[in-house]
Ligand binder design. Structure first.
Ligand code: ATP
Length: 318
């Protein structure tokens, strides 16, 4: 197994000025630290998909930005092995493309930067190849972003990302703005591209159904910490951490018996500026114990490669 992406002790803290005012009162209160990502580790095998799931503010996008090199870690590392180029497919294709330029222009531009070996004819042939790869017709070359649907536009952004010949794609909520049927065809396209081109994906998503379809491995994050990780089947079919179980319960499931076993999530994620001590989920956990406030639980194996960070080691999901 070749490892494509590896994160070790990955930590990102942001410093914020206290309040907008100035003067002694504000200075005395100093800076606040946002604990966006704390001590996160994972490995993604080449050709596989790791989905990072969790509620808004849990640190998913910060991990993606660290992988893309858009921000530096406070501690630890995240590396892409070998000459593995990384590209981003973002949630909103409209903001990713220039509305005044044709789709042909959008696909040609990255080739000018990333493929200096190609002449004009070579670039034209490659643009056609990118359209074919993403299931788009040739007449898209002369069309503008406003002339095509959201699903088609997301295919254009995928084609544009592929122009740089990446080995790793960061998919940041790639289907969030799409209808259910369009979403399904985009997920199929992403699966085909991964298998045909040997791509490795880091998928950031709120959408459990999309993660279920695409992921080989899952990382569940809560307030900057990893609370559970493992094979997608293990995590989705036998979630162990109370947070994962609650998160999965927020998704409608066809089997009503399963819903009864799970626990709905109550309340809001606390602030990442002053996260709870010990287990960060304890303030919302229905099984909280006194020691949950004292120490951060270490990750333990609950199946082969299935890790859960929870003090309720004796607790087993029914
Ligand atoms: N540049 C920044 N400066 C200060 N705080 C930041 C910055 N970027 C992110 N944060 C904070 O870090 C925490 C994690 O944010 P992040 O965007 O990674 O979460 P997320 O899980 O991706 O959420 P969402 O799904 O809403 O994008 C949040 O509390 C957020 O407010």
């Amino acid at each position: 197994m070749t490892i494509a992406i590896e994160a070790e002790g990955l930590t990102k803290h942001f410093s914020l000025k206290q309040g907008k005012g100035s003067g002694p009162w504000f200075r005395a209160r100093g800076m606040r630290t946002v604990h966006a990502v704390d001590d996160v580790g994972f490995k993604v095998a080449s050709g596989e998909t790791l989905a990072i799931i969790g509620e808004s503010g849990c640190g998913k996008s910060t991990v993606a930005r660290l992988l893309l090199g858009l921000t530096e870690p406070t501690a630890g590392s995240i590396t892409i092995s070998g000459e593995r180029r990384v590209q981003l497919v973002a949630q909103n294709p409209w903001s990713a493309l220039n509305r005044r330029k044709t789709i042909g222009h959008a696909l040609n531009q990255p080739l000018l930067i990333h493929r200096p070996d190609l002449d004009k004819d070579g670039r034209e042939a490659r643009v056609q190849e990118l359209l074919d790869l993403t299931g788009l017709p040739s007449d898209f070359l002369l069309r503008y972003p406003a002339d095509v649907s959201g699903g088609e536009l997301q295919r254009v952004t995928i084609a544009r990302a592929l122009a740089a010949q990446p080995r790793v794609l960061v998919l940041d909520e790639p289907t969030a703005s799409l209808d259910v049927s369009v979403k399904a065809s985009l997920v199929n396209l992403l699966c085909d591209l991964r298998d045909d081109l040997g791509l490795t994906y880091l998928l950031i998503t709120h959408e459990i159904d999309v993660a279920r379809l695409l992921a080989d491995q899952v990382l569940v994050m809560y307030l900057g910490h990893v609370v559970e990780s493992g094979d997608a089947d293990q995590v989705f079919d036998n979630p162990v951490h109370p947070y994962t179980r609650s998160l999965l319960d927020s998704v409608p499931v066809p089997d009503p018996r399963r819903r009864k076993e799970l626990l709905p999530l109550a309340g809001e994620v606390p602030s990442a500026v002053d996260p709870p001590s010990g287990c960060r989920f304890r303030t919302r956990c229905p099984h909280v114990l006194p020691k949950c406030a004292e120490t951060r639980p270490t990750a333990r194996e609950s199946g082969e490669g299935h890790l859960t960070a929870c003090h309720l080691t004796a607790w087993s999901p029914s």
